[in-house]
Design a protein around this ligand. Structure first.
Ligand code: SFD
Ligand code: AMP
Length: 627
């Protein structure tokens, strides 16, 4: 076995991940931990300042309820999420986040984030729930607050350590193991409670950008399903694993569209000029009641555009020039003011991408796009797993203590594995929390985890013999490389190992062709899912044969292993749910209709730690009384 030092870290609370939800958890937990003399340790695979989905920054805060100013209520937010997810949401969780998210946004402002204000000093809204920000340094600001809080409480932040597996004592999580991506160090974290906040997953499906563009995606390529893997491997119940997210984005560099649709009030059209949201309105009747609400659910908006492309009406375009001209038209009688407004709108258009998806600005520049002069192509992306946006996949967590929810087993956001909490993209069925709501949910879980430790925390019982086995398994790819790489003239061709990139392509091919990826027009069926699972079983056998040349490739190996669990949970859940509920995300071609009578329920699944078998379950939907 590779001769790596074993580093043991003892802590009270272990926070895995360093993104928005983990920073929220750290900020809040450190506050309570300091009072109780407890230690909080946060571990991120990257550097906290620029890690996770918000690494490049963002141009909007997508969840702000505005309760203080009477703009909306938390109940309004429940109604929004319920409709947008076609009836499937954990209303207790959505409510809990919605009632706390504003205070999180106010903290962001206090910490230095620039939120746009109008002349009256009020926040500038992008849409009903979204606020415009100067967000290039959004993550740096939020990370700084988390760092300060942990430092003040005497805690520890460990960067560039990749968390792999949970450590379990029966059904209780007692820590985690991982490895440094820089040094020859294997880490063992022993903890009284653990929070999984390691984001969602990308590159489970083959991306549109392959070959020269591989690595480009809307969702950050460095989130690989670690939260899902961690909670699945802990034996925790998972939910909504079929609810992937497919955003429509500016084509090829994945620039977000929210500011265009909501702030600029732009239209999207087909190549022949039809506005698919208008032309195909009748289709929405087939998906009522959800098809008839405003805003029309994200998957149905996608679906109407997809119907256009299926009928040869692509490419689709965002009418940027028309939108900019419409806004500037109010100054048409004053040439000077008109010119000024046009300049302002032009710079806002570029800033939207420079704040959040710099590659889109680069692509615009490379293709000589002037948004005020010419429309830009948009397209549906490949599928992602991001429970915090308009997807819903994640762990099944306990609801808030003060609500009469049937889903409650003690501590807010605790999974069905004791002492293991999940947040952000890691917790399921609580969509539309975005950056701000993920941070708020992190705060909720951070506080609950400290409460758990105070009330029930015990010294973690970690079986070090098990840890040694895990260490050997996790470092095996380095051994395979060392032992066999000199046997062939081309190190990429070897009968004793395959490299992580090769494995990833195989996984993506299976998902693309059998589970409804881009190549199959997001369509799948029972037979395709079943065949996909057969191929997945063979792929899993080869997972043990992945070799790694260095630290970086070792991380790639384990990212792949984590993606495989996310992939399998996804196929099994699509197979189990015998209907099509989210056209525009995926289509069960053999069950093309929504079936509320049988399937207006959550689909949950659980991986058995002893047998490795999956159990599939239906869970009832609870609606908030009076909402
Ligand atoms: O417009 C390990 N999101 C947007 N939210 C908004 O509020 N406004 C926007 O404008 C947003 N837009 C947007 C968004 C996302 C992306 C990718 C783009 C644009 C291009 C959504 C939010 O970003 C998202 O909801 C939150 O970030 C979710 O928070 P969280 O904590 O669940 O995930 P994270 O921030 O990505 O952090 C993950 C962390 O885990 C680390 N990690 N650490 C240790 N071991 C491992 N094995 C690990 N695996 C991962 C990561 O390094 C990271 O620290 S718009 O398009 O909608
Ligand atoms: P996006 O850039 O697509 O991630 O969207 C940012 C925010 O705007 C999210 O809250 C979306 O749900 C919302 N959004 C995007 N497009 C629309 C639309 N056409 N109608 C209503 N809401 C939208």
């Amino acid at each position: 076995m590779a001769n790596w030092e074993t580093v043991v870290v003892n802590t009270d609370l272990l926070i895995c991940g360093g993104g928005f939800s983990a920073c929220g958890a750290a900020t809040e937990a450190a506050y309570w931990a300091k009072k109780k003399g407890l230690k909080v340790t946060l571990v991120d695979k990257a550097a906290l300042d620029r890690s996770g989905a918000v690494a490049m920054g963002l141009s909007a805060i997508n969840q702000y309820v505005g309760i203080k100013d009477g703009e909306n209520t938390a109940e309004d937010y429940i109604r929004y999420v319920r409709s947008d997810l076609m009836g499937i949401s954990r209303e207790d969780l959505v409510y809990n986040i919605a009632r706390h998210v504003d205070s999180t946004v106010h903290l962001f402002e206090k910490w230095g984030l620039k939120i746009w204000k109008d002349e009256a000093g009020k926040y500038v809204h992008e849409g009903r729930w979204q606020l415009m920000i100067n967000g290039e340094s959004y993550k740096v600001i939020i990370a700084e607050a988390a760092k300060n809080a942990i430092a003040a409480a005497g805690g520890e932040i460990i960067e560039r350590v990749f968390i792999v597996d949970p450590l379990m004592d029966g059904n209780k999580c007692v820590g985690a193991v991982g490895f440094s991506t820089r040094e020859n160090k294997f880490y063992v974290f022993k903890a009284k409670a653990v929070i999984a906040g390691m984001g969602g997953a990308v590159h489970v499906f083959r991306p549109r950008s392959v070959g020269e563009g591989f690595g480009r995606s809307w969702y950050p390529p460095f989130n690989s399903g670690s939260s899902a893997y961690f909670t699945i491997k802990a034996g925790a119940e998972m939910t909504c694993q079929e609810v992937r997210f497919i955003p429509v984005r500016f084509k090829d560099a994945y620039g977000p569209v929210g500011a265009w649709f909501l702030l600029f009030k732009s239209r999207a059209i087909s190549a022949t000029g039809g506005d698919y949201m208008v032309v195909r309105k009748a289709e929405l009747e087939n998906w009522k009641p959800y098809g008839l609400v405003k805003p029309i659910p994200a998957n149905l908006r996608n679906y109407l555009g997809m119907l256009d492309t299926e009928q040869g009406l692509g490419p689709l375009y965002m009418e940027t020039d028309e939108a900019i001209k419409n806004i500037a038209a109010q100054f048409k009688d004053d040439p000077k003011a008109f010119k000024k407004k046009m300049k302002e709108l032009e710079s806002e258009a570029w800033e939207d991408f420079l704040d959040m998806t710099i590659s889109q600005a680069i692509l615009w520049a490379a293709q000589n796009v002037k948004p005020e002069e010419k429309h830009s192509e948009i397209a549906a992306c490949e599928p992602y797993f991001i429970g915090s946006h308009s997807g819903a996949s994640g762990a099944w967590v306990s609801g808030p203590e003060d609500l009469p929810t049937p889903y409650k087993w003690g501590y807010a956001n605790m999974t069905t594995a004791e002492a293991l909490f999940a947040v952000g993209d890691g917790s399921g069925a609580s969509s539309h929390k975005f950056s701000s709501g993920s941070h708020a949910e992190g705060r909720i879980a951070g506080k609950a985890a400290i409460k758990y430790i105070v009330e029930k925390g015990k010294e973690p019982k970690v079986d070090m013999a098990e840890v040694e086995k895990l260490k050997a398994k996790i470092l095996l790819p380095l051994d395979l490389w060392d032992k066999h790489s000199k046997e062939t003239t081309d190190v990429e061709i070897n009968t004793n190992y395959l490299l992580p990139r090769q494995f990833l392509h195989r996984l993506q091919k299976i998902m693309d062709e059998y589970a409804g990826g881009v190549i199959s027009g997001f369509k799948t069926s029972k037979s395709l899912c079943e065949r996909g699972l057969e191929l997945m079983a063979l792929l899993k056998q080869d997972a043990e044969k992945m070799g790694a040349r260095n630290h970086h490739e070792l991380m790639r190996v384990w990212e792949n292993n984590q993606r495989v669990y996310q992939a399998e949970a996804h196929i099994r859940s699509i197979l189990f749910r015998e209907e099509t509920r989210w056209p525009g995300y995926y289509f069960r071609a053999d069950k093309p209709k929504m079936d509320d009578a049988n399937w207006k329920c959550f689909v949950n699944c659980q991986w058995d730690r002893k047998t490795g078998e999956w159990k599939m379950m239906k869970k009832d939907i609870w609606t908030m009384p009076g909402v």
